[in-house]
Design a protein around this ligand. Structure first.
Ligand SMILES: Cc1cc2nc3c(=O)[nH]c(=O)nc-3n(C[C@H](O)[C@H](O)[C@H](O)COP(=O)(O)O)c2cc1C
Length: 176
């Protein structure tokens, strides 16, 4: 799958096969996350892998009490560390880029994933900190359940001509 195909066919998946992800595959998704651009190339991130079923179930239930995140075999918690920044205030942007890379790599490898917000929901950040021993100065940014998908969704064409302004705000883009 090439990069463009991965971008247009990626969807948030929330149903999983009862099958673990191999270590090398997990490493590939994390390596892709760490290839993301970051302000000043500061790479102000950490990643916590959660695989223990009980702990994972508790997080999934806490974040989605309705049970619609299923029972994933693993999750990655993308964390931002503001002390690693070169330019103050950019860490959430850097972590967002890393999270999107993680989602795209997972999809390209045949895995399913979904970005579940932690930051800026203080309650979720606290829950992740407490359960995973994340230090106080590090911010849990996103909780990403990951696994072999038991559902599929078609890609959606979200191109909106009205959101594109060519040369000047309000001018039609006229992109064929
Ligand atoms: C910043 C952010 C926060 C999100 N938080 C949640 C969440 O808490 N729970 C959830 O089920 N999905 C969450 N999502 C996934 C979105 O619901 C999903 O990306 C959106 O509906 C578009 O669908 P798609 O990812 O299948 O293209 C989040 C996505 C982003 C980018």
């Amino acid at each position: 799958m090439d990069a463009l195909e991965a971008i247009v066919t990626r969807r948030s998946l929330r149903a999983w096969e009862d099958r673990p992800i191999s270590g090398p595959l997990l490493r590939q998704t994390l390596a892709a996350a760490m290839q993301a651009p970051s302000a000043g190339n500061a790479q102000p991130w950490h990643f916590v892998i959660v695989e223990e079923a009980e702990r994972l179930g508790e997080l999934v239930r806490a974040f989605h009490p309705g049970g619609d995140l299923g029972r994933p075999p693993a999750a990655v918690v993308v964390c931002g560390d503001p002390t690693l920044e070169k330019f103050q205030g950019f860490w959430p942007l850097d972590c967002a880029a890393a999270t999107e890379n993680l989602l795209l790599a997972a999809h390209a490898l045949g895995l399913g994933a979904v970005w579940v917000a932690a930051y800026p929901i203080a309650e979720r950040e606290q829950k992740l900190r407490a359960m995973l021993g994340i230090p106080a100065h590090v911010v849990p940014f996103a909780f990403v359940p990951l696994g072999w998908p038991a559902e599929s969704k078609p890609g959606e064409d979200r191109y909106q001509e009205a959101r594109v302004h060519r040369g000047r705000w309000g001018r039609l883009a006229l992109v064929a």
